[in-house]
Each structure stands twice: as C-alpha cells, then as structure tokens.
Design a protein around this ligand. Structure first.
Ligand SMILES: [Zn+2]
Length: 159
C-alpha cells in the first residue's frame, strides 16, 4: 500500500525516509518517475546515479550487465507490495550474477540494510560505479539471506 499523501506542503528542510531501503533524503516532489515501494527522492537518486551507465549500456556489455544488476538490487531493496514475485526474481538474478549459492531467504524484508543507493551515490566520486554496484548487490543479498557480507568484497573499510 503506498504511504498516505502528506497533509501539508513540503517543508524545504524536511527529509523523507524511503519505505524500501530507509534512505533519508531531501524530498524531490511528486513529478518524478517512482518505483513502487520507494520514496520519490530515492527513486530519483537511483535514476540519476545510473543515468550515465544506462546511456553506455546500449553499446557496452559490461555497462549493460552492471545496469541489470543494479536494477535487480533496487527491486530487491524496494519490494512492490503488489508484486511479491518481483523480489524473488530479483534475488534469483542477484544470486546468479554473483555466483552465490541459493540459500534460505527471509520471508519479510530485513529490518535494516547494510548499503543503500545513498551510500553508492556518496562514494561515486572516489569508487567506480561497477565496483559499488557489485558491493551493493552482495550486501543486499546478504541482508536478505542473513549471511554476513564477505569482508574481502567490501570496499572502503573506514574502520
Ligand atoms: Zn530506497
């Protein structure tokens, strides 16, 4: 079920929390393409972050593969309440792309996420998008299966 519309005009200082991934972002208004289960600001951030890659995808196979993977990650992190099978399909694609063994999955989305599109966007100026998407995909699959992310695949450990 989509969240109820806000009763008041948006406050420019307000933030909105994505119902899918929990990313806290500045509202962008309603005039954007949205993804079911995602806030408009989150859907916009995903679109903007992937835009360059999508343009290359028509002529570049690695870019096309990364774009497909990113779409699957986004679907897995933003379940469409009307299409539960979409999450299963997305997780199957992630497991296949990442060479992960099929394992037990949660029946409900995990209570929290290791990585969101906001994290990907934040690191984009220093880390290649393909690396970020791969790491994001592993984190989301790990969150769904309860498996700890492989430390060797994590980028930019700040600890
Ligand atoms: Zn989101």
């Amino acid at each position: 079920m989509p969240p109820p519309p806000l009763p008041d005009a948006p406050d420019p200082d307000a933030t909105e929390v994505c119902p899918g991934c929990g990313a806290v972002l500045a509202p962008v208004g309603d005039d954007v393409d949205t993804h079911p289960g995602a806030s408009p600001s989150c859907a916009r951030l995903f679109e903007v972050t992937l835009r360059g890659l999508r343009e290359e995808a028509a002529t570049d196979l690695p870019s096309a593969a990364t774009t497909r993977l990113a779409d699957a990650v986004y679907d897995a992190q933003h379940p469409d309440p009307g299409r539960p099978e979409q999450v299963s399909a997305a997780l199957d694609r992630l497991a296949a792309d990442l060479g992960a063994r099929p394992g037990g999955r949660r029946t409900q989305p995990p209570p929290g996420w290791t990585t969101t599109i906001a994290d990907v966007a934040a690191d984009l100026d220093v880390i290649d998008l393909g690396v970020l998407v791969d790491s994001w995909a592993r984190a989301v699959l790990g969150d769904w299966t309860g498996a700890a992310a492989d430390p060797a695949t994590r980028y930019g450990s700040h600890r």
